[in-house]
Design a protein around this ligand. Structure first.
Ligand code: FES
Ligand code: FES
Length: 154
């Protein structure tokens, strides 16, 4: 079947199997490997992207379900040379170690700040509970998101 998905502002169109997952369309068909796969399905959040503005785990969505939609991946989050505040926050607050979870964490956090520009630590932790990190212990990630919220409010 043929699907058309706009990814990071660029219209894409390909023939895919009906069972093709959105994450595989992004990574294997479009070659955007910034979106990671960290589990069999739906546990880790490494594959989080924005689908029509909402954070979704792209391993839980079929490419066919995204037909006609707009997707943003980590590659499309920055504004040209200017990092998104959440990306800057992860840099400033050392919110990553191995980096495997980072694209998904950043995309989930960016969606949170779209909905709630001034989240509490508890709200950040609750919102990111579907995103697993095996390295950081999470505090630096929370600090990174708070840094981004503070920067965005200036
Ligand atoms: S790869 Fe999608 S949740 Fe783990
Ligand atoms: S930085 Fe390694 S899994 Fe999060």
């Amino acid at each position: 079947m043929k699907v058309e998905i706009t990814i990071n502002g660029i219209r894409t169109s390909h023939e895919v199997e009906p069972r093709t997952l959105l994450v595989h369309y992004i990574r294997e068909v479009e070659g955007l490997t910034g979106t990671h796969v960290g589990c069999d399905t739906s546990n880790c959040g490494a594959c989080t992207v924005h689908l029509d503005g909402e954070a979704v785990k792209s391993c839980t969505v079929l490419a066919a379900q995204a037909d006609g939609s707009e997707v943003t991946t980590i590659e499309g989050l920055a504004d040209g040379d200017e990092w998104h505040p959440v990306q800057q926050g992860f840099h400033e607050c050392h919110g990553l170690q191995c980096g495997y979870c980072t694209p998904g964490m950043v995309m989930a956090a960016a969606a949170l700040l779209e909905e709630n520009a001034d989240p509490t630590e508890l709200e950040i932790r609750t919102n990111l509970e579907g995103n697993l990190c095996r390295c950081t212990g999470y505090q630096m990630i929370v600090d990174s998101v708070r840094w981004a919220a503070d920067r965005s409010s200036q």
